[in-house]
Design a protein around this ligand. Structure first.
Ligand SMILES: NC(=O)c1ccc[n+]([C@@H]2O[C@H](COP(=O)([O-])OP(=O)(O)OC[C@H]3O[C@@H](n4cnc5c(N)ncnc54)[C@H](O)[C@@H]3O)[C@@H](O)[C@H]2O)c1
Ligand SMILES: [Zn+2]
Ligand SMILES: [Zn+2]
Length: 345
């Protein structure tokens, strides 16, 4: 194995990032594994770090190798690792659990009280190698590394759809970014009676149709709650928000039928003003928050979907670039690419 590697480093408190050669290969602790990254994907979080937004400024110590959606080969394991061996193909769970808080001890490691995040708090995957705790390794079987790299964001999509309990139901997917698009496919694969996909970008709605949406609504041009009401007669059984947009989240409450369910996945960066009496209480609505992925039920569900002929992820992947050309990939996302963008070291 080489002594050094290259990686994409957020080095300066300015927009952009640098390719740094001759980085040390990360050290491998007792419970860590070293993975040779074969494919990675860009997340909204990486856009924040690259753009050095206030969100990133308040969280990310620099210099930092960022990136957290990845898959590759295990090339070394720590002295106390038994679950994974050299040669295994794995993807990485972004959320590092502490293993000893109340949540970790009650099988809810994905909402660990002391969670650390790969590529935010500790060095990430936009590099030739990454070392991370074996607790965060998921064996991907024989699927393509490129699909392995999108398991993590797909997990966010699928966790939301699982929480919504979509079988036989009329489901609104609000927001057709990469995660909403994968959710459209998952909802159809899991037997939703009708999937109504909403976005404000026509091109994304086109991709939503390719993912299996039965109806698409452009919320920019149409009164979306009214359109959902007309489509359903009595409101949607479930609405899942993947927009993270406060206006969209607010309008979602108007789309749910009485007794319906609202699953919130998108992350708004502000406070939400709602009318609890009309929007939740009189409706007897169930409102559920979803974060990350269940470790590892959701991952198994994703693998099953990827291996099923009822689900096709292809339309939700928009392109791939060499890791060294990462700026082109970031530019393509800024230019409005609908799906995930891959980076290949
Ligand atoms: N809960 C979690 O653990 C978790 C994890 C990862 C990402 N997220 C969040 O999930 C959301 C989806 O992630 P993504 O990567 O697909 O993000 P994204 O920003 O690419 O997708 C958001 C989509 O919503 C659309 N949109 C914006 N305003 C809208 C409106 N008013 N009506 C309808 N559509 C609108 C955008 O055009 C875009 O297609 C983001 O908010 C992200 O922060 C949550
Ligand atoms: Zn991510
Ligand atoms: Zn914990």
């Amino acid at each position: 194995m080489k002594d050094t590697m290259y990686g994409i480093v957020k080095a300066n408190p300015l927009p952009g990032a640098d390719i740094v050669e001759n980085l040390p290969i990360p050290a491998v602790g007792d419970r860590d594994i070293l993975v040779n990254v074969k494919a990675a994907a860009i997340c909204g979080t990486d856009m924040h770090i690259h753009g050095w937004t206030t969100w990133a400024q308040s969280r990310v110590p620099i210099p930092m190798v960022f990136g957290h959606e990845f898959a590759g080969d295990v090339v070394a394991v720590g002295s106390k690792v038994t679950e994974v061996k050299v040669g295994d193909r794995v993807a990485g769970e972004t959320h590092i659990p502490c293993n000893h808080c109340y949540q970790c001890e009650t099988d809810n490691r994905h909402i660990c009280e002391n969670m650390k995040i790969i590529g935010v708090h500790v060095p990430g995957a936009f590099a030739e190698y990454i070392s991370f705790p074996v607790d965060c390794a998921f064996k991907i079987g024989d699927i393509d590394y490129k699909l392995g790299a999108v398991l993590e964001p797909m997990g966010v999509a699928v966790h939301g759809v699982d929480a919504a309990d979509v079988k036989g139901k009329v489901v609104v997917i609000n927001g057709c970014g990469p995660i909403g698009l994968m959710a459209v496919g998952a909802a159809k694969a899991w037997g939703a009676a009708k999937v109504i996909a909403l976005d404000v970008v026509p091109g994304k709605l086109e991709v939503a149709k390719e993912m299996g949406a039965d109806v698409t609504i452009d919320s920019m041009k149409t009164d979306a709650p009214k359109a959902v009401w007309e489509e359903t007669g009595h409101g949607a059984d479930v609405v899942i928000d993947y927009t993270g947009n406060l206006t969209a989240i607010k309008s979602g409450f108007k789309m749910i039928r009485k007794g319906g369910r609202y699953v919130l996945v998108g992350l708004p960066n502000g406070k939400l003003e709602i009318d609890p009496t009309e929007d939740i209480i009189y409706k007897e609505a169930t409102v559920i928050g979803v974060t990350g992925r269940l470790m590892y039920k959701t991952w198994e569900q994703c693998l099953e979907l990827l291996n099923s002929d009822k689900f096709n992820i292809k339309p939700a992947i928009s392109g791939e670039y060499a890791l060294r050309d990462f700026e082109k990939a970031f530019d393509a996302i800024k230019a409005g690419a609908a799906g995930k963008m891959l980076l290949i070291p």
